[in-house]
Ligand binder design. Sequence first.
Ligand code: ATP
Length: 289
Amino acid sequence: MEVTVKAPAKINLTLDVTGRREDGYHLIESVMQAIDLCDVVTVYKTGHSDIRLEIDDERVPDDERNTAWRAAAAFCEAAGLSTAGIGIRIRKRIPMQAGLAGGSADAAGVLVALNLLTDARLDQDALCDAGAKVGADVPFCLLGGAGLCTGTGTIVTPLPSMTDCHLVVAKPLCGVSTAEAYRRIDETTLRRRPHTSVVTDAVCAGDLETIGRELCNVFEEAIPLPETAAIRQIMREHRTLGCLMSGSGSAVYGLFGNREDARLCADALRREIDEVCLCRPCAHGPAEV
Ligand code: ATP
């Protein structure tokens, strides 16, 4: 028996770093939205004595360094189960080092899929607690839709998923390490901060134009990459309602009210970079296929 789920990526509509805890973790305030760009995660039973992981991208480790592997271990600990005999297969579709929470999406996918495969029946809070041990974005990836994420990112206040629209996501070749991004933030005096409550109100009201105008991520100022500036320029030439780097980068997304503008923008970007996709907001977390 096996269970397969699609695990959605996320974008940040706003991202602010509001402080630092004594243990060194940064405090953030971010409005996140799940998108229908998904990794495909399958869990199944094996005869092996430990977790087995297969992943179709050789750049990603297939051992305990992988977020999916760690999520399986966290799930078993929470459910009081042995990790023996758990198999995981991942088809990567979410670009890496992109700020799209690809690793966190896989972890959330494993938690949901194992909850369906086993008879553990952990509730959403227990899954979120297990997920938070793997990564700060995992609780949001479990809930999906839209949410205001605070604390280290693990405290999620759900919002109604943003109104349907068209998104172009482009990942330049350069990647950004999250640790390096936070080092840069600590050294930068930020001039522009997000108006988080304006964006949460606009998400609730389904006001795409205000969301587009108010998109703001402090990492754009702290990590000024020429590649992301070039992508934003092309998006603006194609009448985007707003465009922004997601998370600590390096993917950039543009928001479009109509499909044709988004398609033309994606075509123009594909002439410059390889990883470009058209997607839409997604109102849920990992779901069985
Ligand atoms: P975030 O938005 O959470 O910062 P990201 O897009 O910047 O995510 P990921 O793609 O999630 O970054 O992961 C980056 C690093 O984590 C990679 O260098 C990779 O080796 C490692 N990693 C561990 N597990 C995974 C996984 N399941 N998928 C992708 N990367 C993983």
